[in-house]
Ligand binder design. Structure first.
Ligand code: SF4
Ligand code: SF4
Length: 386
């Protein structure tokens, strides 16, 4: 047999069929996915999505670095005529890579931190609620609180994202919402393990976290990160009866509609909005953030060319937050350029990962474009500092 012969692996094909619920078989190789993938805008070779699918169908093992490029943004899936869940195919291929210990540098240490610290940020669990300082937050009690504020690892530990959490607390208090949180006992949602394809470890985390929610009588919760929201809504198997995870923009939009949250302090900004992939494309929530923005007096919303279902990913999903991306390959730089083209004086979003990637890129481009979370902007409109 020639050295160039390709060995087809039926066993691998069977596994992929099982892991993707049959989705991998649906692909008919049109190539729309490769054309849609944002990697084509920042890398000469792009990300050969169609080829990845073809190799998977032939049972050829994928050992290439492209396996770890996918941000699971879902843009390819939105254009796929066969509706293939392409991010799920990447996660399945990553799962096989974990089984063979073939993973990108940076991911095992993140996973170890999940294991030892219950967060991917390598921070001690005992400081999880340090962000709340002297806010005097109450521990969740189903008899007294209408909703749980699920802060998530990023807004608990990342200094920039902590400001979102504090802004949201101010808004909830202003609206008179009775809410509680879990302090240092808040468990991780597990999304970081899921997105890098470590499904077995994700399932362990999810089982533990579900149990905590069940024991504490939690049914309605709001998350700060769309990644936590997505995982609670779409990937948890065992959930308490009446389970209702919400993203905080959905909760705030409800408060606005009920006139519980009013904004008396006019602002004078023109803003453009980055749809986080995990809120927009993956969960079809495009309107709640815009309803909040439209309720802020003096705010004019101008849309970027790519918005809603066509929104461009910030580059931080699918585990890319834990991997190095060369400056020339950051989607966020393209997004900041799109935002500047609108003439807006602020770029707003509703996701800690988007905030981090976009702010880094705005500063790398030395552009005076403040990047804010919607909660931070809304706090200014109630006359408080964010
Ligand atoms: S767009 Fe869908 S059908 Fe076309 S190559 Fe990609 S995965 Fe296959
Ligand atoms: S999910 Fe996004 S990053 Fe991944 S292959 Fe599709 S378009 Fe590219």
């Amino acid at each position: 047999m020639s050295d160039d012969a390709v060995l087809l692996n039926d066993e691998l094909w069977e596994r992929l069929l099982e892991l993707t619920g049959g989705d991998v078989a649906l692909c008919y190789q049109c190539g729309e996915c490769t054309a849609a993938c944002p990697w084509g805008m920042v890398r000469e070779k792009g990300l050969p999505v169609r080829l990845v699918l073809r190799q998977a169908q032939l049972g050829i093992e994928n050992t290439g670095a492209e396996l770890w490029l996918c941000t699971t943004c879902g843009l390819c899936q939105a254009t796929c005529p066969r509706g293939v869940d392409i991010p799920a195919v990447f996660r399945a291929l990553r799962q096989l890579a974990w089984e063979q210990n073939r993973v990108e540098k940076g991911l095992p240490s993140m996973l170890w931190s999940l294991y030892w610290n219950s967060n991917p940020w390598s921070q001690p669990p005992s400081t999880r609620s340090a962000w709340a300082g002297n806010l005097n937050l109450e521990t969740f009690d189903p008899a007294r609180h209408e909703v749980l504020l699920y802060v998530g690892c990023t807004s608990s530990y990342n200094r920039r994202a902590q400001k979102i959490a504090r802004a949201l607390v101010t808004l909830l208090q202003k609206a008179g919402v009775s809410f509680g949180y879990l302090g240092d006992d808040e468990p991780c949602c597990g999304e970081s393990a899921l997105s890098i394809g470590n499904q077995p470890y994700f399932e362990e985390i999810a089982a533990h976290t579900s149990q905590v929610f069940i024991e504490k009588g939690i049914t309605r919760l709001m998350t700060i990160s769309p990644h936590c929201y997505d995982v609670f809504k779409n990937h948890y198997q065992e959930v308490p009866p009446g389970w209702q995870p919400l993203h905080y923009t959905q909760y705030l939009a409800e408060l606005v509609d009920q006139d519980r949250l009013v904004f008396p302090h006019p602002l004078d900004f023109q803003v453009t909005y980055q749809d986080p992939c995990y809120l927009g494309r993956l969960n079809e929530e495009y309107e709640a953030p815009r309803r909040i923005l439209k309720a802020l007096p003096g705010i004019e919303l101008v849309e970027m060319t790519d918005n809603r279902q066509a929104g461009l990913c910030c580059g931080g999903g699918g585990g890319r937050m834990w991997l190095e991306t060369p400056a020339s390959e950051r989607f966020a730089e393209l997004r900041v350029a799109q935002a500047l083209n609108t003439g807006a004086d602020h770029l707003v979003t509703a996701c800690p990962f988007c905030l981090s990637c976009l702010e880094d890129s705005a500063s790398a481009l030395s552009r005076a474009l403040p990047v804010l979370d919607i909660a931070e902007l809304a706090v200014q409109a109630i006359g408080e500092r964010s």
